[in-house]
Design a protein around this ligand. Structure first.
Ligand code: B12
Length: 220
């Protein structure tokens, strides 16, 4: 099984995307091969460098108007995406915006493509994103590498996915449903898989997650 996995966050830091690496690792453990596209390394697909302005993004999302730059980028990148399932990892609102436009374009080219969104950039907006942007087929909430693997397996087998925890989907009446959240066991988290990045360069700073929680100091 092969899927496309896209990281649209521009990291100005010399570090690797931790959560994205965890997703890659979990997929590989489930025998799902991710074809990885990372916006920080688009040059491997030609002379591609992109950060689209909010103005350009909104014009395409809400009025279907594509700028020249967008056409150039989309035409090149969409040729690389041959899998039926295309997953977007959204680390922040910024990467969410960049992901939305590519997802919309891909779905316009081929309505059979299955678009899955995830990552903290979708946090708390899952329902409204599904409502507003009908080209998104699924959003999986929170830390959800296991659920993503489950969804991909069930989609490939043409089986019922409606019981998967953390899943936001449309039922047969096109109503948006948000399933219950499962508790996340940090002990079961795979170490991130960075093979894709080590193929590009050897000396990266590596992140490691030692605990989970909030950085703020709330009293409750
Ligand atoms: C560590 C961290 C960083 C590190 C990243 C280190 C690294 N190499 O990965 C650094 C310091 C680089 C960083 C930078 C920034 N950060 Co920061 N960061 C975090 C923090 C504290 C933890 C992220 C993390 O690693 N979590 C652990 C992993 C395991 O979880 P995860 O990343 O969420 O990934 C899981 C899920 O999201 C899901 N998932 C991920 N992708 C996908 C894809 C699919 C298809 C599916 C189904 C699921 C899925 O499964 C993953 C594995 O369990 C979060 C706060 C938080 N609690 O999430 C803020 C947070 C993500 N950062 C934030 C921001 C704003 C930024 C910056 C934009 C700040 C800035 N102005 O520069 C930059 C962005 C990067 C850039 N362009 O430079 C915001 C994003 C808010 C938003 N909605 O926009 C957060 C939420 C903090 C906050 N509350 O404000 N950050």
């Amino acid at each position: 099984m092969e899927i496309t996995l896209i990281n649209s966050e521009h990291l100005s830091y010399e570090s690797l995307p931790y959560g994205f690496g965890v997703i890659i690792s979990a997929l590989k453990k489930s025998n799902i091969k991710p074809f990885i596209i990372d916006y920080n390394f688009l040059r491997r697909f030609g002379n591609l460098e992109i950060t689209f302005s909010t103005n350009e993004i909104n014009k395409f999302l809400y009025s279907n108007i594509l700028s020249e730059r967008m056409i150039f980028f989309f035409e090149k990148i969409s040729k690389e995406i041959s899998t039926k399932i295309v997953c977007f990892s959204c680390f922040s609102f910024e990467s969410l915006k960049q992901s939305l436009i590519l997802a919309k374009y891909i779905k316009k080219l081929d309505s059979k493509k299955i678009i899955v969104f995830g990552g903290i950039g979708t946090f708390n907006h899952e329902h409204s994103l599904m409502k507003e942007f009908t080209f998104i087929d699924f959003i999986i909430m929170r830390k959800s590498e296991q659920q993503l693997c489950e969804l991909i397996n069930l989609l490939y087998e043409n089986k019922d996915f409606s019981k998967i925890s953390n899943l936001v989907y449309r039922n047969s009446n096109k109503h948006i449903r948000s399933n219950k959240l499962a508790t996340y066991n940090i002990e079961s988290q795979s170490s991130p898989d960075y093979d894709f990045y080590f193929d590009i360069k050897k000396d990266w700073d590596i992140q490691y997650m030692t605990s989970d929680g909030c950085v703020n100091k709330c009293a409750f």
